[in-house]
Ligand binder design. Structure first.
Ligand code: BEZ
Length: 407
């Protein structure tokens, strides 16, 4: 029998105390270590876009992060958790100003968030210099797990390599042997295309052409769709997200490409946040991602039902990442028993964090500082009158390689 002890009192005795009393008793020595009752709540800064083409991503992450924290009574490691949110817009400079405000004025204990790779790259040096922990809730820029790695940035999301590299060889075997590729012209777009191309070409595939569209605003999609039509490929691979995903996929439909040229994409392109606006144009699109609304596991069923009740709409992958970011913050605080005074101790416990997520098994990898997770192939289908991503294959668990050898 385990007699797990907190401050010398067997856990079974602690459990007899009422919830609040037990928490106070358990946290007592820790609160003194962090400055006694004055330690107060853990302040977590949240840096997300609440305007621009990725605004819905930021809102989904925030809502689900709050949902997870509500589920645990907004408390972990014996301390209350308080969120301070700031709008990064889509701009690295704005994000850096907001990060500075959170860290230097609000004196937050840690920061969570960041959606765009450009914003992540633009704030990386500031987090590194200020030695403040950032739990990234979306931005997948590969470099942060590779040559721009810093001990202060960990991810609860993905690297841009992760969903696309397994998809490349899958598409070669299951869809077509030649492809035309389209993505926004910034770090994430280049990462996604490189990862897909790497395994597609290794399997024997041929790239007919690649276009990079203006970012963040694509403008008129017509010239880009016309270029694709002109290349007459047997398959298109693309990555878009948020407002740009709606623009691209709707134009793909309006120009008559949907249903005629198979669309294979990074799953963000046809995620649940954009499907209602894309409508029939998205039907049949096949994509790779680390989650799907209809993924059949108990944690996902509870999460998707709870999110729908709370937000009044279906969950999406960004919400899952927000939920898991909340969980990573809580697991971290539990592991250091609420003591946020030593960032090195917080970093030390990160690789031990693993749990069952709505996406399946989630485990933080020490080398890439990013989750090892399953990648699913999904297809957009009509499910009882609404379009959703149906899982057609589980490609297994993938860890970012930590270097550029595979794209
Ligand atoms: C990125 O910039 O890394 C990103 C943005 C939206 C979806 C996926 C990745």
């Amino acid at each position: 029998m385990t007699t797990n002890k907190v401050s010398g009192v067997p856990r079974r005795e602690l459990l007899k105390l009422s919830g609040a009393a037990a928490t106070a008793y358990a946290a007592g020595p820790l609160l003194s270590a962090c400055g006694g009752a004055a330690a107060g709540p853990v302040k977590a800064g949240v840096l997300l876009p609440y305007s621009g083409i990725y605004a819905v991503l930021g809102e989904s992450i925030t809502e689900a992060m709050k949902m997870y924290l509500d589920e645990i009574g907004n408390e972990a490691g014996g301390r209350k958790i308080e969120l301070i949110t700031e709008d990064t817009e889509m701009t690295p400079d704005v994000a850096q100003q907001k990060a500075r405000k959170l860290i230097e004025q609000d004196e937050v204990d840690l920061v969570a968030g960041i959606v765009s790779t450009g914003v992540l790259y633009g704030t990386r040096d500031y987090f590194d210099a200020s030695k403040k922990l950032l739990i990234c809730a979306n931005a997948g820029g590969n470099k942060i797990s590779r040559d721009m790695k810093t001990p202060y940035i960990w991810r609860a999301s993905f690297t841009n390599w992760q969903p696309n590299w397994p998809l490349g060889s899958w598409a070669y075997e299951n869809v077509a042997q030649k492809v035309f590729m389209s993505a926004p012209d910034y770090g994430a777009g280049h990462n996604m295309v490189d990862a897909f191309a790497n395994s597609f070409q290794a399997a024997g595939g041929e790239i007919l052409g690649t276009q990079f569209t203006p970012f963040p605003a694509m403008g008129d999609p017509a010239p880009f769709i016309t270029e694709i039509q002109g290349a007459d490929p047997p398959m298109v691979f693309c990555f878009y997200s948020g407002g740009a995903a709606v623009t691209f996929v709707k134009a793909y439909g309006e120009f008559g490409l949907s249903g005629n040229i198979p669309l294979v994409c990074a799953g963000f392109t046809v995620e649940e946040d954009v499907l209602p606006a894309q409508g029939e144009a998205a039907l049949g699109a096949q994509s790779g991602l680390h989650w799907a609304l209809l993924l059949d596991n108990a944690v996902n069923k509870k999460f998707t039902a709870g999110y729908k009740e709370r937000a009044g709409k279906d969950a999406n992958v960004f919400a899952v990442q927000g939920y898991d970011t909340g969980r990573v913050v809580a697991e971290l605080l539990n592991a250091v028993q609420g003591d946020t005074s030593d960032v090195n101790k917080m970093i030390d416990v990160m690789p031990g964090i693993s749990f069952d997520s709505p996406r399946g098994p989630f485990q933080l990898d020490a080398k890439s500082q990013n989750p090892t997770q399953h990648i699913y192939v999904r297809r957009v289908e009509d499910v009882g009158g609404a379009l959703h991503n149906v899982v057609i294959e589980d490609l297994g668990a993938f860890t970012d390689p930590g270097d550029d050898s595979l794209g």
